[in-house]
Design a binder for this molecule. Sequence first.
Ligand code: NAD
Ligand code: TYD
Length: 339
Amino acid sequence: MKILVTGGAGFIGANFVYYELEHHHEDEIVCLDNLTYAGNLETLKEAFDNPKFRFVKGDIADREFVFDLFEKEKFDIVVNFAAESHVDRSIEDPEIFVKTNVMGTTTLLDAAKKYGVKRYHQVSTDEVYGDLPLDRTDLFFTEETPIHTSSPYSSAKAAADLFVLAYHRTYGLPVTISRCSNNYGPYHFPEKLIPLIISRALNDETIPVYGTGENVRDWLYVEDHCSAIDLIIRNGRVGEVYNIGGHNERTNLEVVKTILRALGKPETLITFVTDRKGHDLRYAIDPTKIETELGWKPKYTFDTGIPVTIDWYLNHREWWENIINGEYQNYYEKMYGNR
Ligand code: NAD
Ligand code: TYD
């Protein structure tokens, strides 16, 4: 089979490329990515050695380019990871989120429809469900939870999901959607919480915690997200949404303290800063559907995934130092300078 992976030079897309190359030697993988600030060819360095892998630079919202690519390549499966993915950036500048996350998705859907793709998979997020109250730990997001977004990021992701479902209902396009909780692991861009904590703590720099640090996220090791998507594209039912999560809820403060402890760094590095606008309180996934229907089980818990992730950052200093020593410095100053 020939699989198009969009956004494969980013965090989860790259991990998925490696997962597929390792587990499905017979399949061909084409990565389409326009290498925004979040895309990094260094991340795909080892994939380039594999003859089953190819990289194409391009924008998923560029209709002519995308249609030409689909016509030429005749993909069997499309997995769309490409997106603007950071909530804080969406608060500063929402428009690119509409262009990439919504119009990029509809462009891919049109191409998938025209060129008879056998499966279009949309990588979505649990953030489309909004948030849960902190004091109701009995509540979880199921696939039936209404869409109720908070940020420009989650709104654009939700809009894309609705288009994906509409293309199934209206045109019979064979689609699936996955909605995963927060990921962490190798190649995670250091603007996001966990790699930000690790990289800053290793440099003995302050760790900015928004508000009181009581917000809760449900953390999943990235390989477990990849194995779930792999099952869905091969065995999932067309037209269905699958939630992905492993019941690893932690407050942000717990996450920071766990990592500082593991690195032997003092809690005095923690600095409370002004809260994020519209900050979602709690995310928590009910993964019953994917577990019972597809037999998915995560390999890692938070307690086993965090040490593996820390080791990866310790052994790949050059990868993240190249990022934080570049344009990222301006970003950090802009977002945190006066916070
Ligand atoms: P990321 O920001 O690390 O990577 C995004 C990739 O998409 C980058 O390589 C970037 O260059 C590429 N890209 C952006 N705009 C593009 C365009 N117009 N055309 C082609 N390529 C483009 O993101 P990530 O964290 O790997 O997330 C991947 C997907 O998973 C996103 O759709 C995101 O919404 C979803 N998701 C992420 C998480 C998480 O915790 N990170 C959780 C659930 C779902
Ligand atoms: P993030 O990694 O941006 O993921 P998301 O907003 O998509 O859940 O943030 C995770 C949590 O950490 C979120 O509650 C915001 C918080 N956070 C901080 O407290 N400080 C930071 O510097 C960052 C980036 C996030």
